[in-house]
Design a protein around this ligand. Structure first.
Ligand code: P6P
Length: 338
């Protein structure tokens, strides 16, 4: 007798009944985001057949060339979420400022942040990419909504997740009560629970970093990677494997699935930039997921979820994954700072 599969909707309703973590507006928000991800998956899966590859001929706020799918994914998320009455505003890697829900729609108490399609450099070469999203509550007592309302530390997130468009289309979600994974059943057209209570092993033998930047790293990162490369004969006494998909969603999904450490650290190429990845809609949601799965996430100095954002598109150095490894790298940074 095959086990009865639990849909995303049933999971959310049962979580609300058991734990009360998921008020109606938040459940609606999660289901609308999941539906938007299904729409995005359809475009992603068409590739060249859907005339969605290549660049859009525009640049985003980061000065990066936008891929057609970046723009499509952003529009899908805006259109899917703006009418529901659950949101006050949205923020996206692809938009300079916040998107306030138009007056023709009711305003809600939540704010949605997203990287609509992370890993864009992989789109044209058919490597897994994903949508990353983060949910904050609008601060109490504020009439209207402003960019300032978004500048909350990641510890304030009400929910976070991503949808990875790979061999499977899988939605990974936390509302602060562990991490669950839902794979899209294309015949039913719905996300189905495939793993509940995801756990990251505290130790690992696998690191993920872009090795081509080695000469630019700060000493603590260099020390950690050198020790991994020294293998059994070195101070770690074990051999390590390396992975780098150059798609954060794919690298994080591997770590949630089998452990590992992911690093995109500060490097001296642009010393004023704390790191490449964005705090609010990449590092914070991924850090929330990783911590909820028993892992750790720091910027080398402090817990990423404690970082107080100064601006919407702020960047941060990211070290996340298996707890003991993240703590080791962070300790190396703290030793170097002393
Ligand atoms: P690099 C994708 O563009 C991204 O923002 C992350 O998904 C990924 O981890 C990183 O950049 C890859 O950067 O410098 O290795 O291409």
């Amino acid at each position: 007798m095959t086990q009865k599969r639990v849909s995303l909707t049933q999971y959310l309703v049962e979580q609300q009944r058991m734990h009360g973590h998921i008020p109606g507006q938040l459940r609606l928000l999660i289901e609308v985001v999941a539906r938007a991800c299904k729409r995005i998956a359809i475009s992603v899966n068409k590739g060249a057949l859907g005339d969605v590859l290549g660049t859009a001929g525009t640049e985003n706020v980061q000065g990066e060339v936008q891929k057609k799918l970046d723009v499509i994914a952003n529009e899908v998320l805006i259109e899917a979420n703006e009418w529901g009455g659950h949101l006050a505003a949205m923020a996206s890697e692809e938009m300079d400022g916040i998107y306030v829900v138009p007056n023709r729609f009711p305003q809600g108490e939540y704010m949605l942040l997203f990287d609509p399609l992370d890993g864009s450099s992989n789109i044209d070469v058919n490597v897994s990419i994903g949508t990353i999203f983060s949910v904050l509550k609008k601060p109490e007592g504020h009439t209207g909504v402003s960019e300032e309302d978004f500048l909350q530390p990641g510890s304030q997130q009400a929910a976070a997740g991503y949808c990875i468009y790979g061999p499977q289309t899988t939605l990974v979600l936390t509302v602060g009560d562990g991490v669950a994974m839902f794979t899209l059943d294309r015949e039913q057209g719905s996300f189905v629970l495939v793993q509940d209570d995801v756990r990251i092993p505290a130790d690992t033998k696998e690191f993920a970093i872009n090795m081509s930047n080695m000469r630019h790293w700060a000493p603590p990162v260099r020390r950690y990677i050198d020790e991994c490369l020294a293998g059994k004969e070195g101070p770690r006494g074990k051999d390590f494997n390396m992975r780098w998909v150059a798609s954060m969603v794919a690298d994080v999904h591997r770590i949630l699935t089998r452990g590992g450490i992911f690093m995109y650290p500060w490097d001296q190429r642009e010393p004023d930039k704390p790191g490449k990845l964005r705090l609010l809609y990449e590092a914070n949601p991924m850090s929330f997921l990783v911590e909820q799965a028993g892992g750790a996430a720091t910027n080398g100095q402090q817990r990423i979820l404690d970082v107080k954002p100064g601006k919407l598109h702020e960047r941060v150095s990211v070290i996340l994954g298996s707890k003991n490894e993240v703590e080791r790298v962070t300790a190396y940074h703290q030793e170097a700072a002393r």
